[in-house]
Ligand binder design. Structure first.
Ligand code: ATP
Ligand code: MG
Length: 219
């Protein structure tokens, strides 16, 4: 089923690329040609991103074998991923920061958890207007360990909140391009960690807050 879905999703971008290449070939005026080539380049970038996301998802398929979970400090991981995304956030004048970082161990697959948090932060940046802020936090209390990403962007309507975890599902009318796989990947990684992902309204009633709750902290 996965291969069939993937092939289906790749068909339209490839058709689009072919058409864009045709337009570039036929363009006579240099500026028309430059424009067509730029469109073609953007199409190639989008198709590459889709392939990259598909590969990530394929690597996470259960039959490939879950990577072993090892104790790791969630706050350290969050600090690293936030730093990785600093340039992307700065580019959009978004104030991205780690606002709370309780020092806590979880049983995790490091690379996978980085991808999970990276996808959440990527979304928060992509679906937020410029000059906003994104707060990432790691909480530890007696019962749970939580990783949260809070943005003040467009948010996700209540009736879409389940569906956005489906592969290839994207909310209509989004100005941003994407492959609709980021949250499916995040969900798969959360499952692998027996963690839950919940979507809430952002703090202050706007934007989105994504909460990843890890199994009981047994420190
Ligand atoms: P990809 O992550 O594969 O590049 P994508 O961002 O479209 O593509 P998902 O990350 O799975 O895919 O997100 C699915 C949809 O949920 C997005 O298209 C977007 O409409 C919506 N969405 C996700 N995160 C947010 C957010 N923080 N704020 C508003 N909408 C969001
Ligand atoms: Mg995404």
């Amino acid at each position: 089923q996965f291969t069939a879905d993937a092939a289906h999703e790749l068909r339209s971008p490839l058709t689009a690329l072919s058409l864009q290449a045709q337009l570039a070939e036929r363009a006579i005026a240099p500026e028309q040609r430059a424009q067509a080539l730029q469109t073609l380049r953007q199409g190639i970038d989008r198709a590459s991103h889709l392939v990259q996301q598909l590969l990530t998802l394929a690597r996470l398929e259960p039959e490939v074998g879950d990577s072993p979970l090892k104790p790791l400090f969630l706050d350290d991981l969050a600090r690293n991923v936030v730093a990785d995304f600093a340039p992307l956030a700065a580019n959009r004048h978004i104030d991205l920061g780690l606002t709370r970082a309780d020092h806590v161990l979880v049983a995790g697959a490091e690379e996978a958890l980085r991808i999970l948090l990276g996808n959440l932060i990527d979304n928060a940046i992509r679906y937020s207007p410029t000059n906003t802020r994104i707060d990432v936090s790691v909480f530890k209390d007696a019962k749970t360990v939580r990783l949260e990403v809070n943005d003040t962007g467009t948010g996700i309507a209540l009736d879409e909140r389940d569906r956005v975890f489906d592969r290839f599902y994207r909310v209509l009318n989004s100005a941003e391009s994407g492959s609709g796989l980021g949250l499916a990947i995040a969900k798969r990684i959360a499952d692998q960690h027996q963690a839950d992902i919940t979507l809430r309204d952002g703090d202050g009633g706007m934007g989105l807050k994504v909460i990843v709750t890890f199994p009981e902290n047994r420190e």
